[in-house]
Design a protein around this ligand. Structure first.
Ligand SMILES: Nc1nc2c(ncn2[C@@H]2O[C@H](COP(=O)(O)OP(=O)(O)O)[C@@H](O)[C@H]2O)c(=O)[nH]1
Ligand SMILES: [Mg+2]
Length: 350
């Protein structure tokens, strides 16, 4: 028995060594070798695979599809999104929450969707991700947001990144978003539970919190609630409890709770965990968990179809687009008529 298992071990070790040496040259990956390395839990491979799915180039779509087919997720992860203005403390909260989750036996992946990194070249997040401990932990994978100059490229890739993390053995997937417009909506459509972070005492106008964002939240956290700011934080929490009470009951059937929390002291983190845990158990028993996932898969198909169509048209009819754009800029043609004529032009028209 010993001999068999040790020869199996040797073969496994050899296969691993081989896969690792392949990492040295990313261009030698094929969809199936990359998928195998992802499923083997190799972080470098996972990072590479996410880079692949972020590509919007039409010639890359086939290998992306093959990769995703070879590395299907098992659907068993818990996916949690965190939103709130920059400075609300999302990264700090995620680091503490992630370390807690690891202590509870989970493998944690953190993905960040940050459209603003386009302007800063990612430096903002790269420097201040504040997940130093988590990113060094062997049970965690932290992927800072990639800058993207494609139409929604990073946001689109996030749902595929979630799948790849799952395939790689991560069962707790935390997504950080920045409170600007579309990114929240996109992230909301990819996660099971969505947490809104507020800073206690700061006015809504300062925080840029829109009703739409509050409506998307499954849980509201009044953050930075330490001793000296407790009064202001309680006032904010009460105001939100009242505001949430007049909103219609969400399709999940659960009205969002409002929690006070500090990621500096850790106060309230136990409640946050319990609340999310209770919510997921409840939704699994009512069927909302599965229903929401089903809706999200259909939404993802819509999103991909739109994206692929426009990318493919942009690729094949770039010159016609540029010419029409000039005409529209000069006011010679209506935007609607130009868009229609461009869409209906056969591909390959110069
Ligand atoms: N007082 C206090 N400050 C915090 C807390 N969490 C984060 N911060 C600070 O808030 C600032 C922004 O935190 P960060 O996690 O980068 O926010 P993000 O932009 O939302 O990701 C940093 O200076 C943190 O140290 C907290 O619970 N209490
Ligand atoms: Mg952050």
């Amino acid at each position: 028995m010993g001999a068999t298992s040790s020869s199996k071990e040797t073969a496994k070790a050899r296969a691993r060594a081989q896969a690792r040496s392949t990492i040295q040259d990313a261009s030698t990956w094929t969809p199936s070798t990359l998928a195998a390395a992802v499923k083997d839990g190799q972080r470098e491979a996972l990072a590479q695979a996410i880079t692949w799915v972020e590509s919007a180039l039409p010639e890359h779509q086939e290998r992306i599809e093959a990769l995703l087919q070879h590395a299907p997720g098992n659907g068993q992860s818990t996916r949690i999104g965190f939103t709130g203005i920059p400075g609300a403390g999302k990264s700090t909260l995620i680091e503490r929450f992630g370390l807690d989750a690891i202590q509870r036996g989970h493998k944690v992946a953190v993905l960040a969707v940050d459209p603003s990194s386009q302007r800063t070249g990612g430096a903002l997040l790269g420097d201040k991700t504040r997940m130093h401990e988590l990113s060094k932990h062997p049970q965690a994978f932290v992927r800072p947001s990639a800058a993207s100059n494609t139409l929604g490229g990073v946001a689109r890739a996030t749902s595929e990144a979630i799948q790849l993390c799952e395939a790689s053995g991560y069962d707790m997937i935390l997504v950080e978003t920045v409170g600007v417009g579309q990114s929240e909506v996109t992230v909301r459509s990819m996660v099971d539970m969505f947490v809104l972070l507020l800073i206690g005492g700061a006015g809504d106008d300062v925080q840029g919190i829109k009703r739409g964002v509050v409506e998307m939240a499954d849980l509201v956290v009044v953050h930075k609630a330490e001793e000296d700011r407790l009064k202001a934080c309680r006032a904010t929490a009460n105001a939100y409890r009242q505001a949430l009470h007049v909103l219609p009951i969400p399709p999940s059937g659960i009205r969002p709770e409002v929690l006070l929390l500090s990621s500096l002291t850790g106060a309230g983190h136990g409640d946050l965990w319990d609340q999310l845990d209770a919510m997921s158990s409840e939704w699994k028993s009512t069927g909302w968990w599965g229903e929401q996932r089903a809706r999200q898969r259909v939404e993802a198909m819509h999103r991909h179809a739109r994206q692929l169509l426009i990318e493919s048209h942009m690729h094949h009819k770039a010159q016609a687009w540029n010419e029409l754009e000039e005409c529209v800029r000069r006011g010679e043609q209506s935007p609607f008529a130009s868009a229609r004529s461009w869409v209906h032009q056969p591909k390959g028209t110069p």
